[in-house]
Write a protein that binds this ligand. Structure first.
Ligand code: DC
Length: 224
């Protein structure tokens, strides 16, 4: 049995950072499932496909020519699409938005299902996404659902972009986050919601280190 810790929650809640820190600390593999949806959208756009064409996008998902370069456990890996390094490109707001659009299609989700399960390898897996605990790894022993208000998430994103020298309006970021939440939570297939057996952690007033400690506490309690 390969242990799995699932970390689900809305955009901008800090799941990616926590999943990475956790995988590093435990020496486990890491699945960034959002990257697969981002790559699907990017691959479809590069092929000139219409993102509204679910069948065509699902084919792009099935045939995704992606390589994750092997890094140390929990280290960020480079992502190659047809051999080209797209690590940065898939992180843009535009790609995130396109990912959320194609993630609505059941055929796309099916096409990516086994690819995600294949990440479950010894000594263990930290899986970050929206439906890790509900659909992809329903048997996982430890499920965490991270939350924070849309306002808090918009502020964090604003601070992050500002540090990177980008100037954006916070009202714009808030609107984007609210739209993304509505799409991710409102879709019919695998909507964003906590698994029944998930532990909910409200991160609004917590630092990353405090969230990490809270997740590690959940994990040690589950093992007891
Ligand atoms: O976590 P992220 O921002 O990289 O994800 C981008 C989009 O992909 C997100 O808005 C919804 C979709 N997604 C999903 O539907 N299911 C997942 N397990 C992960 C991401």
């Amino acid at each position: 049995m390969v242990p799995v810790i699932t970390i689900d929650g809305p955009s901008g809640v800090g799941k990616g950072s926590i999943a990475q820190m956790l995988a590093r600390q435990l020496g486990w593999h890491l699945l960034d499932s959002g990257a697969l949806y981002r790559l699907t959208a990017l691959s479809a756009l590069r092929q000139g496909l219409d993102l509204a064409d679910a069948d065509a996008v699902a084919t792009a998902a099935r045939d995704l020519p992606v390589t994750f370069t092997a890094g140390e456990p929990g280290e960020p890996v480079a992502v190659l699409l047809s051999g080209e390094d797209v690590t940065r490109e898939i992180r843009t707001e535009a790609c995130g938005k396109a990912a959320s659009t194609v993630a609505v299609y059941p055929l796309v989700r099916q096409a990516l299902l086994q690819r995600q399960r294949d990440f479950q390898r010894l000594p263990g897996l930290v899986a970050d996404g929206r439906d890790m605990g509900t659909v992809i790894f329903p048997e996982a022993l430890c499920k965490v659902y991270m939350t924070a208000s849309a306002e808090v998430r918009a502020q964090r994103r604003y601070d992050q972009l500002k540090r990177q020298g980008e100037s954006v309006k916070i009202s714009h970021l808030l609107k984007e986050i609210q739209d993304r939440d509505a799409r991710d939570m409102g879709r019919v297939e695998a909507p964003l919601r906590p698994a029944e057996d998930a532990v909910i952690i409200d991160t609004s007033s917590l630092t990353l280190d405090e969230v990490l400690a809270a997740v590690l506490k959940v994990w040690s309690e589950k093992q007891a």
